[in-house]
Design a protein. Structure first.
Lengths: 334, 175
């Protein structure tokens, strides 16, 4: 699905994916798949690239070099203005180029600037997903800045190779979710991530959770005990059956069931039928621990029809560890 | 002292006067346990139990007698990570070293471990259970006083970095 890259971590958000160094992290985001932005920070101001900014927006009609140049003009004008204020010379360079790697891009324009700091960015319009993406790396001029920024900018994709799936990845989480699911809620805490998705025009829901420090959190507990603890709230009123399973050679707990709490079912059904939608009553869940990355994962879904395949596909696409990761034993001795 | 510096003292949040330490500086601090806090490790996980004594001046003794406050109270650090961080607060280990060790032991990334360690150390500091050695605190204070406009400069530098400069940010901050 992805092209070969040299960097170490994949960040994926609202269909935009890119490869960055391992210690970089997302520090800000906003909007949705139609219009949004994201900021990624290297965490070290002295490194060649200090950070990265990405913006995307849907654009109707054909885009030309002139229209894209017009979009980045205010940005470059602002940089020149600031540079003049600080008495630093700035000469933005804007250069259209033919993107040989991504043939689905109608127009691509590279731009560079130096104003105390250096910036290297790219704006392109993708004919396939219909979005204009502006991505800009900034850092310290000289050194390896241009070389490294080019590597990162080359890795930016606005849609995944497989059109049926969207790659989501941040803070160590990386998985593919069916493209018809939209992000409705996210909880990004230091050692806990939760992403909730809902299928377009339906009541089907998908929830992905990741816990770091699994050897501390799971200590002494079996997966089913942990499941009971962590699934409280979302699975209330669900009559389910648990079974042993495996995900990527890790022992896993598979749970399948159906919402059976009569009052909840009636209320939910009434609400959904009034909107001419079927209520999602069928539950499927999969929980596993990955000792190599010291993380635990849980993927759950509520669907209108029994659809265990959904959870299974998401779990199989999850990259829970990389080859070469060493298992962390309980007690923290690596 | 200039007029601006005087105003900054009175209104630290305004005029760029609030001297917030830079993250890099904080990571170089070497936290030290409060000598009056007794502690021991228990169990095979070496979980730490702190024993904190209350103040013993006449007013405190009087208040303790009235409200039945015991002479000491125990604080249990319930997980091995917090216990590990506590044992590292010996004035020799810098915050960055502790975070790096947590990184290695528990497979967190650098930012995750720094956030965890700093948050926990802040909690300990607000409870007056740790501090920094006096000479380190003095040199740190001198360094920040040497450049009172550092915060304003840092803010200016941030403005230069890209097209968010001078615009209202729509993005949510994550952490």
């Amino acid at each position: 699905m992805m092209t070969a890259r040299t960097a170490e971590q994949t960040i994926g958000w609202q269909g935009i994916t890119l490869q960055v160094y391992d210690d970089w992290s997302v520090v800000g985001f906003g909007g949705d798949s139609h219009l949004g932005s994201m900021r990624i920070d290297s965490g070290d101001d002295s490194s060649a690239i200090a950070g990265l900014e990405i913006r995307w927006s849907e654009a109707k009609g054909k885009q030309t070099e002139q229209s894209l140049e017009a979009r980045i003009k205010p940005l470059l004008r602002g940089i020149v203005k600031d540079a003049k204020k600080n008495s630093v010379l700035s000469e933005p360079v804007v250069k259209p180029f033919r993107d040989a790697v991504y043939s689905d891009r109608d127009v691509s324009i590279d731009f560079k600037w130096t104003a105390g700091r250096a910036g290297h960015g790219r704006i392109f319009h993708c004919g396939e997903c219909g979005r204009i993406v502006v991505v800009q790396a900034y850092g310290n001029p000289g050194g390896e800045f241009i070389k490294r920024s080019k590597t990162v900018l080359d890795s930016v994709q606005c849609h995944s190779g497989a059109r049926d799936y969207v790659t989501w990845g941040l803070y160590g989480l990386l998985l593919d979710v069916p493209a018809d699911f939209e992000l409705t809620y996210q909880q990004l805490m230091n050692v806990y991530l939760q992403l909730k998705f809902q299928r377009k025009n339906s009541t089907d829901q998908l929830m992905v959770e990741q816990w770091s420090l699994a050897n501390v959190q799971l200590k002494g507990a079996y997966l089913d005990e942990w499941y009971e603890l962590k699934s409280v709230g979302w699975t209330d009123g669900v009559r389910s059956e648990k079974s042993e399973s495996a995900v990527k050679d890790h022992p896993a707990l598979a749970v399948n069931g159906r919402r059976s709490d009569l009052a909840a079912v009636l209320v939910d059904s009434a609400r959904q039928y009034s909107k001419l939608r079927l209520p999602a009553l069928n539950y499927a869940g999969l929980l596993w621990e990955c000792p190599e990355s010291n993380k635990a994962y849980m993927i759950q879904s509520f669907t209108r029809r029994p659809e265990e395949r959904l959870v299974r596909q998401c779990s199989e696409s999850t990259v829970c560890h990389r080859s070469g990761d060493v298992i962390v034993k309980v007690g923290g001795q690596g | 002292m200039s007029l601006l510096a005087s105003a900054q003292k009175v209104l630290p949040g305004l005029l760029g006067g609030y001297m917030r330490p830079h993250g890099r500086d904080v990571l170089q601090l070497r936290p030290l346990r409060q000598p009056s806090v007794a502690w021991k490790t228990v169990g095979e996980d070496n979980l730490v139990i702190l024993t904190v004594s209350r103040r013993q001046d006449p007013w405190s003794n009087f208040a303790a007698r009235v409200f039945g406050i015991p002479l000491t109270r125990n604080i249990e650090l319930t997980d091995e990570i917090s216990s590990f961080v506590w044992t590292c607060c010996d004035g020799d280990h810098a915050v960055a070293d502790i975070a790096m060790e947590i990184c290695k032991r528990y497979k967190l990334n650098k930012r995750q471990s720094e956030v965890s360690v700093l948050t926990f150390l802040k909690t300990l500091q607000t409870k007056h259970l740790i501090g920094v050695p006096a000479e380190q605190a003095r040199s740190y204070k001198q360094a920040s006083q040497a450049n009172p406009a550092s915060r304003a400069q840092a803010a200016d530098a941030r403005k230069e970095v890209g097209y968010y400069a001078g615009r209202k940010r729509s993005g949510k901050r994550t952490r």
